[in-house]
Design a protein around this ligand. Structure first.
Ligand SMILES: [Fe+2]
Length: 233
């Protein structure tokens, strides 16, 4: 039994370790695993590898792509890269500035041509002062893959204190959304809005998030609601 769960056609999620954001705030973590038409495996926001997790991934096919979708989610890149040295490491636009010690093969700019085009689309969420998140659409499963810009932390596993903090931050439960601190630090809202409109133009109905509840069905409306605050600019 591993933490790998099927999510849709050729897409799986794998829960990772619990981590502490800013050293205190408890977060669950999740990796997304896609098997491309080529049979190669694409790992998004890889969690720390263990022999069991590696075996589960190996059963799907050869690991060819490791994706660091923003500059915060760096944890699993180096260890998975050591296990699969021929895999290409893709990173968000500002990742290397924060992690000069982590080898990156290619940057996920909005206009970059990807070897997985036709199956997975990507969009940089522009306009934030710090965060450089890249979101993805897995077309075959109509799934939007988000890392930190939308969070939906499970309430059940939290103490009352952290439930309260996460509720106030707007990231608790299935109706969680854009974290308050992230929301407050967008500097260029028109640029953000252009990114959001592009994402909302994609054909998706499901949502995978790195932290908390994922959605099967209704994801488009949920994402629209999560970014409603940014429409009034
Ligand atoms: Fe995160």
């Amino acid at each position: 039994m591993t933490d790998m769960q099927p999510f849709g056609p050729n897409i799986w999620t794998m829960d990772g370790d619990r981590v502490r954001m800013y050293g205190v705030l408890p977060f669950t973590t999740r990796m997304t695993v896609v098997r491309l038409e080529s049979g190669e495996v694409w790992l998004h926001s890889p969690v720390r590898p263990t022999p069991e997790r590696q075996r589960a991934v190996d059963r799907l096919g050869p690991v060819a792509h490791l994706v660091a979708p923003n500059k915060i989610h760096s944890l699993g890149i180096t260890p998975w890269s050591a296990l699969y040295p021929s895999a290409t490491v893709w990173a968000s636009p500002r990742f290397s500035k924060r992690h000069p010690d982590i080898a990156v093969d290619a940057v996920l700019t909005s206009d970059a041509e990807m070897p997985w085009r036709g199956e997975i689309d990507h969009c940089v969420i522009d306009g934030h002062a710090v965060l450089d998140e890249v979101v993805f659409l897995h077309r075959p499963s109509r799934t939007l893959i988000v890392t930190d810009v939308i969070q939906k932390h499970e309430a059940a596993s939290e103490t009352w204190l952290w439930r309260g903090v996460k509720y106030m931050a707007g990231i608790l439960g299935r109706r969680g959304g854009v974290p308050l601190d992230v929301r407050l630090s967008f500097r260029d809202k028109p640029a953000l809005r252009r990114s959001v409109e592009r994402v909302l133009g994609w054909d998706f109905d499901n949502l995978i998030v790195a932290h908390g509840h994922c959605l099967q069905d209704g994801a488009k409306e949920d994402v629209k609601r999560a970014f409603e605050w940014s429409a009034a600019v």
